[in-house]
Design a binder for this molecule. Structure first.
Ligand code: KIV
Ligand code: ZN
Length: 519
């Protein structure tokens, strides 16, 4: 592939993605995501905004020390203390990059920064020069570029490239651009910034009007050679351009773009699941590339066509993105070896102890459910792995509830070999169960969010519950799965309680709970 035909993938899941309200991940989770991104072949991983908090600083420096194949970037405003923090956090990186940003639109200059255009050019140049004194690889972003006055934008870009920026990023910060306009902006930059050939043009699009991917692709068509994106498209407000959509569009329509990326696409679904699990953001079933329905054919005519020749209705092969599909994989009579082999095919390696427990859950499920799909297996294993080192485990649950009946529950939890039982009533059976758990554990959780989704289709499907619970100032995501939705709700809450207990015990040190899905 000629150099200019390669589109670099700059992943900002851990920075802009994590800025999405409620998407925060802990350090161990961020590290797992970073390693998954490296394994996928992401060119640059933006690991965080080091000056913003001690936690961000630490996770950028931990990731910088561990990731070797991808470049690791840290974000900085165009001020010395941000650049110093980024340089310090990236000290251990094999390929460090400092990403400096400064707004260039009139609206930001007048209302946010209260600076004149000349002052902005000077600040940008000073910042890039200072960053260059600490690191060779500097990226500069004129924030809100798509709403900036073009002549001023050209002036800033020329100046920062002269000052040493190797990549110039053109953010559509508020998701305002239209694809043809944005493509034209990239073309105009190529034609009007005299030294543009000395830098890679990057794009960074937000999805406020649902156009982040379309805008990014229009930019590639017009010469951009780096795309900034996030896994599952998570990010500030409506999110960022989705990495999997960009990568698969470039790959599927190579005939149109003539560009490729270095992404190992078979890792896409696994990484998508990981990010969804850690952020607690479920992937919509109809989400392109990674949604549960992305390769599912419901209409008889389509099914018939696909059976005769997949390309009749499939423009991508599901296996190319690591999509495990809805294959009916195992039945009631399948043994432990078959389970182990199938899990291995799904990229899940379990310890003997985990396998024994997963097998028990599988047998239990296959008694309740006619068909066991890959999604069910993944949900069981994740659920089981969550419980392996739990301080509190669910021992028993009895629920009495109905129309006009005050719900009554009895919850039994085990901890350190002792069983604790509480009865409670509440606004509903779930509320009553959560009150009983609070009483037993002595922790007072405040339920912030509750969501339920079926893992597969049908009345007997597994339900997966995700909760976000606040324990004092800590907000923790819990996930639980079961064919019984009350049980799934209890498991999700208990998962959050256990995470809260283990993070209290480790007093801020990185947690070591093994979810069993590590590479
Ligand atoms: O959206 C934006 O403008 C940004 C910049 C920091 C690149 O995220
Ligand atoms: Zn952004």
């Amino acid at each position: 592939m000629a150099r200019e035909d390669k589109v670099l993938i700059f992943d900002t899941t851990l920075r802009d993605g994590e800025q999405a309200p409620g998407a925060s991940m802990n350090q161990r989770e961020k590290m797992e995501v970073a390693l998954a991104l490296e394994r996928m072949g992401v060119d640059i991983i933006e690991a965080g905004f080091p000056v913003i908090s001690k936690g961000d600083f630490e996770s950028v420096s931990l990731i910088a020390g561990k990731v070797k194949r991808s470049a690791v970037a840290g974000l900085a405003r165009a001020v010395r203390k941000d650049i110093e923090a980024a340089a310090e956090a990236l000290k251990a990186a094999k390929k460090p990059r400092i990403h400096v940003f400064l707004a260039t639109s009139k609206i930001h200059l007048e209302h946010k920064l209260r600076k004149t255009p000349d002052e902005i050019v000077q600040m940008a140049v000073d910042a890039v020069k200072y960053a260059r004194s600490k690191c060779d690889d500097i990226e500069f972003s004129p924030e809100d570029a798509s709403r900036s006055e073009k002549q001023f934008l050209y002036r800033v870009l020329e100046a920062v490239i002269k000052a040493g920026a190797r990549t110039v990023n053109i953010p559509d910060t508020v998701g305002y651009a239209m694809p043809d306009q944005y493509g034209k902006l990239i073309e105009d930059i190529r034609n009007n910034v005299p030294n543009i050939s000395k830098a890679v043009i990057s794009v960074h699009c937000h999805d406020d009007l649902g156009l982040a991917v379309a805008n990014s692709l229009a930019a590639v068509k017009n010469g951009a050679r780096q795309v900034e994106c996030t896994v599952n498209g998570i990010g500030e407000r409506a999110g960022n351009a989705s990495m999997e959509e960009i990568v698969m569009a470039l790959r599927t329509r190579h005939d149109y773009f003539g560009c490729s990326t270095g992404i190992k696409t078979v890792e896409i679904c696994r990484t998508s699941r990981l990010v969804s699990k850690f952020t607690g953001f479920a992937v919509a079933p109809n989400k392109a590339i990674v949604g549960a329905n992305a390769f599912r054919h419901e209409s008889g005519i389509h099914q018939d066509g696909v059976l005769k020749e997949p390309t009749t209705y499939e423009i991508m092969r599901p296996e190319d993105v690591g999509f495990t599909g809805l294959g009916l994989v195992l039945g009631k009579h399948s043994g432990r070896h078959a389970l182990k082999a199938r899990l291995k095919q799904l990229g899940i390696e379990l310890s003997d102890e985990q396998l024994v427990r997963a097998f028990e859950r599988f047998k239990d499920l296959s008694d309740k459910k006619k068909e066991v799909f890959d999604e069910d297996l993944i949900a069981i294993v994740e659920d089981e792995a969550r419980e392996v080192r739990d301080i509190w485990t669910l021992e028993g649950l009895a629920v009495k509830s109905g129309l006009g009946v005050k719900p009554q529950v009895e919850v039994r939890l085990r901890s350190a070999g002792k069983v604790h039982t509480r009865q409670a009533t509440g606004d509903g059976p779930v509320d009553a169960c959560y009150l009983a758990i609070d009483e037993i554990t002595g922790l007072k959780g405040k339920l912030l969010n509750y969501g339920i989704q079926s893992v597969t289709q049908g009345k007997d499907a597994l339900g997966e519950v995700r909760v976000r619970v606040a324990f004092d100032d800590r907000k923790i995501i819990g996930i639980g799965a079961s064919t019984d939705v009350i049980e799934a709700s209890v498991k999700a809450y208990l998962n959050a309680v256990n995470k809260a207990c283990s993070s209290t015990k480790s007093k801020g040190k990185a947690k070591t709970i093994d979810f069993g899905l590590q590479p």
